[in-house]
Ligand binder design. Sequence first.
Ligand SMILES: Nc1nc2c(c(=O)[nH]1)N[C@H]1C(S)=C(S)[C@@H](COP(=O)(O)O)O[C@H]1N2
Ligand SMILES: [Mo]
Length: 246
Amino acid sequence: MADKPLKDLAPEWAQPSTPVTRRVFLGLSALGVAGIAVGGAVADWVNRSPIGRAASSAGVADLIPLGEAFRYYTVTDGFPSRSTAKYQLRVHGLVDHELKLSYADLASRTPTHLTKDFQCVTGWRVTGVHWTGVKLSDLLDEAGVQSKGKALRFTSFDGVYTESLTLDQARRPDVIVAYQMEGKTVSTEHGGPVRLYVAPMYGYKSCKWLDGIEVVDAVEPGYWENEGYDVDAWIGHSNGRDDKPV
Ligand SMILES: Nc1nc2c(c(=O)[nH]1)N[C@H]1C(S)=C(S)[C@@H](COP(=O)(O)O)O[C@H]1N2
Ligand SMILES: [Mo]
């Protein structure tokens, strides 16, 4: 596959609303050589220090060696927080019965456990992440999808991010509304208390801070898809980035 300019492959850090601040750059150059020598410590630094987290949310951290560490992404200027007590998920649109589900409602349904890799299209991957959630297909069946319904539009309580799947994709058994990650309620930084987890696709499909699932009649491209990512996000087939299915 032909090489594309890096900016097309990594709009997360190239796009103007997440500028790389001077502070982030200073932090990164201070890290310099030491970062290569102590990979684990670098991952901790990215996860814990304000500079590391700024670098991470700006996508700059993709440029430094981290080994297997999650980056915490957000397209807004923060990580919106909602308690499990206040959380609500709406399943609406072309359905027979609209659902309004609390965290407890989700947790009381038949759980699905998945241990799978999490892979961002920019190149980082965390292997063997343990997720617990409810199959999206179960929620769709409960709501009763009308015959005009062909696709889903996901919304986030960050107020900005959106994602999409076709109904066929959404009905796969490895697509879940996840309320636990590594045995605990999904953290605020990882899009909790509830996020989508679309195992067979790149991370951008896995909408964080999920608050709405709308059944619509056609796929509507999501946030990053409007910035150039493929609507088709199957790992191994998208953006010329990775040919090895996981
Ligand atoms: N609401 C919201 N969801 C999002 C994103 C985001 O910025 N905002 N980033 C996406 C991308 S590109 C990836 S790789 C994963 C990253 O998940 P993490 O921040 O838990 O590592 O979340 C996806 N879902
Ligand atoms: Mo990503």
